[in-house]
Design a protein around this ligand. Structure first.
Ligand SMILES: [Zn+2]
Length: 245
């Protein structure tokens, strides 16, 4: 505050939100090394995890996660893993070796999002899953969001245009989020978002839903839409989430 000589005005200015940033690497020194970012505001609020890139071909998910590193969060703390499977993201494949029995450059991979909680001593896919669970556990999250895409909408038999949840705690929250999304962002030409009440065994959502006392959601955009619209929808869902917490 600028105090002028002889002026006794003492009105407080609103608290400026400050964001403290830190980062670590997981799977350090390997092909799978990826960065985990922590953004902590100086305002009380929930502890939120955003994960992108568990599937490398779900480009809107991991790109919006990268964009979040510059987001002006106004409260709470955030753990962001934009490119969980960085090799899959670089290859833009669901997992390395997809379409080749999981074999890529002499190493066999499988679907990271069917591998949780993984293992510290397992194959590369299992070790990546384990490393992710370690940092998420240490963060002690209140809310966990996994950013994905599907090859088509639920109207076409896939998972696009959905929010997936599988614990009771999240049910009403996820439903309210889809209602808000449809009210604010979805036109008569778009497929309305809906909720899916199941996450497959071994998925990050399934494991986290059973393990943490947290709201756990997977956002699934529809890859039949153009990328710009999918990015807009991912960000819209995140903004709705942030407006509710
Ligand atoms: Zn996915």
């Amino acid at each position: 505050m600028v105090v002028l000589a002889g002026c006794h005005k003492t009105e407080p200015e609103p608290t400026e939100v400050e964001i403290t940033r830190s980062q670590i690497s997981i799977m350090e020194g390997t092909l799978y090394e990826t960065t985990v970012y922590t953004l902590t505001t100086n305002v009380d609020g929930p502890r939120v995890v955003f994960v992108g890139g568990l599937h490398g071909d779900e480009i809107a998910g991991w790109n919006v996660a990268l964009d979040l590193l510059d987001y002006s969060f106004t409260k709470g703390s955030y753990l962001i893993i934009p490119q969980a499977s960085i090799l899959a993201c670089q290859l833009e494949k669901r997992y390395p070796g997809q379409g080749n029995n999981g074999l890529y450059e002499g190493v066999t991979y499988s679907d990271l999002n069917r591998t949780f909680p993984g293992s510290a001593t397992g194959n590369p896919t299992e070790r990546i899953a384990h490393a992710i669970i370690e940092v998420v556990t240490a963060f002690d999250p209140d809310i966990i969001v996994d950013l994905h895409e599907s090859r088509d909408s639920y109207t076409g038999g896939y998972l696009g245009d959905s929010i997936i949840y599988c614990n009771v705690k999240t049910a009403l929250f996820a439903l309210e989020m889809t209602e808000r999304m449809n009210e604010l962002y979805i036109t008569a030409f778009d497929t309305p978002f809906h909720v899916e009440n199941s996450a497959p065994a071994g998925s990050f959502n399934n494991y986290c839903s059973q393990t943490f006392d947290a709201l756990v959601m997977t956002f699934e955009t529809n890859r039949k839409l153009v990328l710009s619209q999918r990015l807009d929808q991912q960000l819209a869902l995140i903004e709705i989430l942030l407006s509710k917490i």
